[in-house]
Design a protein around this ligand. Structure first.
Ligand SMILES: C[S@@+](CC[C@H](N)C(=O)[O-])C[C@H]1O[C@@H](n2cnc3c(N)ncnc32)[C@H](O)[C@@H]1O
Length: 279
């Protein structure tokens, strides 16, 4: 995950990088599915679209949990991630489909009952226009649930990695308003954006939980995964020469060793589950 990533980054290197680490990324983020999918309130067969579905893990989970007769469509701007998501479908799965789409501008063939996103709505170049477009994807009265990251200080799964990298190389300061993971950490800006484009009954749940870094990895492997896949840390370290990665790896492994619990390295996270309906 990069600190600054717009649509064009996800079509190119960001998409490729996510794909390279997708299994470990999805294992890390899996605890978020429970509160996110619960917030969708799937009580009857529904048509559900996912914004920024990545490699498809959440869409497949939605289909598993949704009432029989539901249909799930995962949409992502990255062709390589959609290719991967399609490869994970079983041949007889008629109720799920994955499409390449820029959700900032694409129009649905027909509006949906539910719209869901796990960390896929923070990267729009023009958020006002993009959220206005997303409103067109929901039926009037239809419900959405979007997961976005809370404040960096409440997300040590990321700041612990960043701090150790910053001891070795200079890490550029993040612009909180630019496209990137922490853009809506102050949920007021997202709330007013949504209210301004036709959404109502906005609610924000601050979910707190621990994320298993890379799934069930021991500290050294979890540290290697985090340095290689989070933000642009791997690229920054590579540019600084051969020893930089090893130095950060050693320090991060020591930090991660302090957080080993039940067979995984677990660090705290704050995720805002933003819900509402289309007016
Ligand atoms: C942080 S990743 C999350 C992927 C997936 N939801 C998950 O949790 O595993 C963000 C995703 O949003 C997608 N994305 C970014 N901008 C997009 C846009 N304008 N339209 C559709 N997808 C977009 C990216 O390609 C990427 O797959």
């Amino acid at each position: 995950m990069t600190e600054h990533a717009g649509a064009s980054d996800w079509i190119a290197d960001r998409g490729e990088k996510w794909r390279a680490h997708v299994t470990r990324m999805e294992s890390t983020l899996m605890p978020v599915d429970e509160p996110l999918l619960g917030a969708l309130r799937l009580r009857a067969p529904s048509r559900i679209a996912e914004v920024g579905c990545g490699g498809g893990g959440t869409a497949l989970e939605v289909l598993r949990r949704a009432p029989a007769g539901s249909v799930v469509h995962g949409c992502d701007i990255s062709p390589t991630l959609i290719e991967l998501a399609r490869a994970r479908m079983t041949p007889d799965e008629a109720s799920i489909a994955f499409e390449v789409a820029d959700m900032a501008t694409a129009a649905p063939s027909r509006p949906y009952d539910r719209l869901v996103s796990r960390f896929g709505v923070m990267f729009f170049d023009d958020p006002g226009a993009a959220f206005a477009n997303l409103a067109r994807w929901l039926e009037p009265g239809g419900r959405f649930a979007f997961a976005v990251w809370g404040r960096p200080s409440d997300n040590p799964w990321m700041t612990t990695v960043r701090d150790e990298v910053a001891r070795v190389v200079e890490v550029p300061r993040a612009d909180p308003a630019a496209p990137g993971p922490f853009r809506y950490a102050d949920s007021d800006s997202l709330r007013s954006l949504l209210e301004g484009v036709g959404f109502a009954e906005i609610d924000v749940l601050d979910w707190r939980g621990a994320l298993p870094i890379g799934g069930d990895l021991p500290p050294a492997e979890a540290a290697h995964f985090a340095l290689s896949s989070f933000s642009s840390f791997g690229e920054l370290l590579a540019r600084a020469g051969d020893d930089a990665f090893d130095e950060a790896l050693h320090a991060l492994t020591t930090r991660f060793s302090l957080h080993r619990r039940d067979g995984a390295v677990r660090l705290d996270a704050s995720v805002l589950i933003v819900t509402g309906t289309r007016r």
